[in-house]
Design a protein around this ligand. Structure first.
Ligand code: UDP
Length: 237
């Protein structure tokens, strides 16, 4: 497999084509951003930690019977993926209230949500990723009704797998964002799963172990990500 030209460079990852039209290389950079790119910093080792963390989680999700785009780790900061036709949508499940839902609905942080709640957001940095609903997605042709249902089903299925996994490591999965795409007509999990795109709290102390450390300037960002990985048994060597 040969890495060719850069296809796309996002806020924390870059995507490269390969000599196989169905496969892409994802480079996890050390760049970290929040607030739609308004806060930015390079954090040493973060690319490596997120790449290995993501590989571990994607494998757990696959083992649970949910198809992902992950193929294999290539190097400390690179992994190989199936090329998906991505939906321009973010799927968020929340088990505990935190972040934007508290601001939007005037609820306090830390409330258990029973049942867990689900939200769609449109991927559009210029608009600040606005919240959208099932009707918007279909009316504007971003995904079909069938694919919308599949994305919800798979996002909740991932919740069942990961809530248990993190709880076994002494952590609460507060919320997370997933992105999906089509591969040979099937809805497949894409993008990444790392502490950049979810909230994780220590289950005893509720200490934040995710990107909120960066958003809120709490420090120890990469150290917290590594601690999360170590509690799950991720090998960062
Ligand atoms: N999230 C993400 N990328 C985004 C927006 C949100 O990975 O562009 C994740 C975020 O880390 C959190 C969950 O999705 O785990 C819900 O985010 P929220 O809506 O609370 O937004 P935020 O607090 O990040 O503004």
């Amino acid at each position: 497999m040969e890495k060719r030209e850069e296809l796309y460079s996002g806020k924390a990852k870059s995507v490269y084509t390969t000599d196989d039209a169905d496969k892409l290389v994802l480079l996890f950079r050390d760049d970290t951003s929040a607030f739609d790119g308004k806060k930015k910093e390079k954090l040493d080792r973060k690319g490596m930690v997120n790449n290995k963390f993501n590989a571990f989680i994607m494998q757990k999700i696959e083992e649970a019977g949910i198809e992902t785009h992950f193929i294999q780790l290539l190097s400390d900061q690179e992994s190989l993926f199936k090329r998906l036709e991505m939906f321009p949508i973010e799927c968020v499940v929340r088990n505990i209230s935190a972040g934007s839902i508290c601001r939007r609905l005037g609820v306090e942080e830390g409330k258990d949500l029973n049942p867990p709640t689900f939200e769609f957001f449109l991927k559009n940095d210029d608009l600040g990723d606005p919240m959208i609903n099932d009707f918007h997605i279909q009316s504007f042709g971003w995904a079909s009704a069938e694919h919308v249902e599949k994305m919800k089903e798979l996002t909740f299925a991932v919740n069942d797998v990961l809530k248990t996994l993190f709880l076994d490591g002494g952590m609460l999965l507060v919320d997370y964002k997933l992105e999906f795409g089509l591969f040979e007509g099937r809805v497949v999990l894409g993008d990444e799963f790392s502490p950049d795109g979810c909230r994780l709290w220590d289950s005893e102390t509720r200490e934040k172990l995710d990107k909120d450390r960066f958003r809120q300037g709490l420090g120890g960002v990469v150290e917290a990500y590594e601690q999360v990985g170590q509690r799950l048994g991720v090998n960062f060597d």
